[in-house]
Design a protein around this ligand. Structure first.
Ligand code: NAD
Length: 499
């Protein structure tokens, strides 16, 4: 069995805490590796080397830092298949989806190549007599990112690329359930020319997360994961005086209006509901057909389409639409929630609970499930299931649908399917959700826009990637200067104004 490690000061190093966590191949259920869980001393060492390396890096001109990103993008393309294979093996998602995971991260690295432009400050010539005023963006120092299992390539890159190109050193604490790809990314950054010590991968669990929160030399934390952990890290991180942004869980609704193109809506629901076995923060988990006729037509088309979905291991390549869920614990939790849906009176019209695949009987597979007549009090509506389970909540009219989505405590993504521009525009402008799709089921913004939810899906002021990332990973300094310095002026006792 493979023994994983940390990546500190440009090299893989073994764990010293004596604590480990098993890493599974979800398709077979076998333990494929064990990953060390760092303690506070190991984190200290990583932070110390990062602190030593950071001033040299910050002093490089932004173009030099951007060139590292340029080479990193080339190396990601070179190693795409290798990265996707390692990712699918530990996560379970299909190879095509794993490549998408890498590419969505790569696109942020590409955006970061524009750092020289993005880091430009502002300048006011002659703000007063011989006075100019300018602002500059400076790095924070050593910053940390704590990331979830479901995008082991994309989310680490969303954090590390902007943090590094802005001149920071970065400590990555990836998910202990999918540790291979983050280590590979660190090695690729080194190969791309990143000096040692600037990107450290410290594996671990709550122990090392608490050490990150408490560490006086870590200036900022970016977190992505479930809402309870997001709230915990946001609260404690802010109390420790750090800059913190935490992105949490989701319950994403797709509203289907009576005038929607139903064929497109069905394809969209199936892809967004069951792709990656529902383990996406932007997965659609609630379909909201408006009017009973829409609901009946949708239901009739969804059932055969869902029953035809191909579930299997990533090794089957294009033969498979979705893979297993990440662990047996996740599988048991999902099955428990499906059971609660049945007990609480929802109609389970596609039942994937007894799914089994010959040769993969120990894999963590859950067959796709579809519920109709779900109501907002049920657990399957209230909780983020994070599995291949779609719930239909019928709405009487557009306003009921809007109220339902607005009343949900999560606000990551939502979508509306309609042919009516007025309705689409009204929905996009009134809904209290961070990312909205119009005839687009998974409206994940591209790298040069920003990504972030509202309500219980995000804590902190700035979004991920795009221009917000450059704000999050830098602090602004504003300089007021007077030249010629010899200009004589008496003491001023009132606040200076330029009037
Ligand atoms: P998780 O919250 O269990 O873990 C996320 C990270 O926090 C991991 O690195 C983990 O080691 C650490 N962690 C776990 N428990 C902790 C604790 N008690 N104290 C401190 N640290 C802890 O999340 P996950 O299961 O890895 O990922 C799935 C979740 O992430 C879902 O809720 C999903 O919606 C969410 N997610 C959100 C976004 C977004 O941008 N909003 C993106 C992807 C995933």
């Amino acid at each position: 069995m493979e023994e994983m490690c940390h990546f500190i000061d440009g090299a893989r190093v073994s764990g010293r805490s004596g604590r480990f966590s098993d890493v599974f191949n979800p398709a077979t259920g076998e333990v494929c590796a064990r990953v060390p869980l760092a303690d506070a001393d190991e984190l200290d060492r990583a932070v110390e080397t990062a602190r030593e390396a950071q001033p040299f890096w910050a002093a490089q001109n932004p173009q030099r830092r951007a060139r590292v990103m340029m080479r990193f993008v080339q190396l990601l393309n070179r190693d795409m298949d290798k990265l996707a294979e390692a990712l699918s093996r530990e996560h379970g998602k299909t190879l095509a989806d794993a490549k998408g995971d890498v590419i969505r991260g790569l696109e942020v690295a590409e955006f970061c190549i524009g750092a020289p432009h993005l880091l430009k400050g502002e300048f006011t010539d002659s703000a007063g007599p011989a006075i100019d005023m300018y602002s500059m963006r400076q790095p924070l120092g050593v910053v940390a990112g704590i990331t979830p299992f479901n995008f082991p390539a994309m989310i680490p890159m969303w954090k590390m690329c902007p943090a590094l190109v802005c001149g920071n050193a970065f400590i990555l604490k990836p998910s202990e359930r999918a540790p291979s790809v983050p280590l590979m990314l660190a090695e690729l950054m080194r190969e791309a020319g990143l000096p040692d010590g600037l990107l450290q991968v410290v594996n671990g669990d709550k122990t090392v997360v608490d050490a990150i929160i408490a560490h006086p030399d870590i200036a900022a934390i970016g977190f992505v994961g479930s809402t309870p952990v997001a709230q915990y890290i946001y609260g404690h991180g802010c109390m420790a005086g750090k800059r913190v942004q935490c992105f949490g869980g989701a319950k994403n609704h797709m509203v289907i209006m009576p005038d929607a193109d139903l064929d497109s809506a069905v394809e969209a629901l199936v892809g967004a509901g069951y792709g990656a076995a529902g383990e996406r923060c932007m997965a659609i988990s609630v379909a909201v057909p408006v009017g009973d006729a829409t609901a009946e037509a949708l239901r009739a088309r969804l059932i055969p389409r869902i029953e035809a979905l191909r579930v299997g291991p990533y090794t089957a390549g294009d033969e498979v639409d979705l893979g297993p869920v990440v662990t047996n614990t996740a599988k048991e939790r999902i099955l428990g929630l499906v059971e609660s849906g049945v007990t609480q009176g929802a109609d389970l019209i596609v039942d994937g609970r007894n799914f089994s695949l010959q040769g993969y009987e120990n894999g963590f597979f859950v067959g796709p499930c579809l519920f109709d007549n779900v109501t907002p009090e049920m657990n399957i509506y209230r909780e983020e299931i994070f599995g291949p389970v779609l719930s239909m909540v019928r709405a009487g009219n557009y306003h009921d649908a809007l109220r339902l989505v607005a009343g949900n405590p999560y606000g990551n993504g939502t979508a509306i399917f309609t042919r009516d521009g007025d309705t689409a525009r009204d929905f996009a402008s009134r809904i209290n959700v961070g990312m909205v799709g119009v005839n687009v089921p998974i409206p994940v913004p591209l790298a040069y826009h920003t990504f972030g939810g509202w309500k219980l899906s995000a804590f902190g002021d700035l979004n991920q990637h795009g221009p917000d990332a450059f704000k999050f990973y830098t602090k602004t300094k504003t300089v007021t200067s007077r030249w010629p310095s010899g200009a004589k002026e008496g003491a001023q006792f009132a606040i200076p104004t330029m009037g």
